[in-house]
Ligand binder design. Structure first.
Ligand code: NAG
Ligand code: NAG
Ligand code: NAG
Length: 313
């Protein structure tokens, strides 16, 4: 892989440290909480078929003992490192204010999927397609692999979570709710953060004794026998892996408008009413992300893989 800036290592480390300090001072972390990502990845890994389960274990570094969820937050940890700075815009989509729609559009000037400098495909929907197409070459041997497929797996797994977090596909001017400051019960927060972590944390504390395993059991119960069991098979419907992320992003901005932004004013206090009505949405999005990540991985690594073109080399 390219080594980056060519600066002496100590300078690069200093730059990285500086960025980390800056980053930790920023209130706006843009991602499902660690718990949200882990739950999505655990649900997905439980649904893997043998070929995909094997490939995932093979790609994961040995020290995580085959547990994908242990590294599902890795992309958040590295996004402020110099080497991975380019991945920052891949965690979200900024859509036009109040439009409640997402237009991927390949034309950079009119589409919503681009980086801050207008670079094409640099948004969470584009990233999922990118890392999916890299992984589709996994089964064709390793001779001269251009990409690090371990990283591709971790990015795909993480971004499949992010694209399902409604406020990751939010309005441009408020940065997906990051600049809408408010209170969550008694403490300061912002609307983006409420959807990333406050709702999940409050549910964990109030209902599950802070035990993520108990939350996960409930989610899996609702998937297999409970409230979502009739819908689950349709969640996995997808003609073309590379364009389905657009559908997931569109669902997210619709939910962001209907449940995220709706009726919320900066400066107010959100509490029980908001929590009770939004937790089911958050839970369902976590579960949907898991089911769809499994579907992607099963098709990417499946023996009957019908998504890959003949290898080009
Ligand atoms: C796709 O991934 C490669 C590295 O693996 C990166 O250089 C490129 O910018 C990525 N593009 C998008 C749209 O994510
Ligand atoms: C792929 O990426 C991982 C994580 O950054 C790294 O530990 C590993 O050494 C890389 N593998 C190759 C072959 O570069
Ligand atoms: C599971 O479904 C029940 C019944 O609809 C609901 O009350 C509960 O909150 C759901 N739990 C989760 C974690 O989704």
């Amino acid at each position: 892989m390219a080594s980056g800036s060519g600066l002496p290592v100590s300078f690069r480390q200093a730059a990285v440290l500086g960025l980390l300090v800056l980053a930790s001072a920023l209130p706006a972390a843009r991602s499902w909480s660690k718990e949200g990502h882990m739950l999505t990845c655990q649900i997905a890994q439980d649904l893997l078929e043998p070929d995909a389960a094997h490939a995932v274990r093979h790609l994961l570094p040995e020290d995580v003992g085959g547990d994908l969820s242990a590294l599902c937050v890795w992309p958040d940890q590295v996004r402020h490192w110099y080497k991975y700075g380019w991945t920052g815009p891949l965690h979200f989509i900024d859509t036009p204010d109040k439009a409640c729609s997402f237009d991927y559009s390949k034309t950079v000037s009119t589409g919503d999927c681009h980086g801050p400098d207008g670079a094409k495909d640099m948004c969470v929907a584009g990233a999922i397609a990118n890392f999916t197409s890299q992984l589709l070459h996994y089964r064709h041997g390793s001779a001269d692999r251009k990409y690090n497929l371990t990283e591709a797996l971790l990015f795909l797994s993480h971004f499949m979570g992010d694209v399902h977090q409604p406020m990751h596909v939010g309005f441009t001017s408020d940065q997906g709710g990051n600049s809408i400051d408010l209170r969550w019960f008694r403490h300061k927060s912002n609307l983006h953060h409420v959807w990333d972590r406050e709702i999940i944390q409050t549910a964990l504390t109030d209902f599950y004794g802070k035990d993520m395993g108990a939350f996960r059991k409930q989610l899996e119960h609702n998937l297999t026998k409970g409230t979502w069991s009739d819908d689950v098979s349709s969640w996995g419907d997808c003609e073309d892996l590379l364009s389905c992320p657009t559908k997931y992003a569109t669902e997210s901005i619709n939910l962001a408008c209907k449940w995220g932004y709706n009726g919320v004013r900066g400066g107010e206090t959100l509490s029980d009413d908001y929590f009770d009505s939004r937790l089911p949405i958050v839970s369902r999005r976590i579960a949907q992300g898991g089911v769809r990540l499994a579907m992607f991985l099963n098709r990417i690594f499946g023996y009957h893989n019908r998504d890959v073109a003949a290898p080009s080399s």
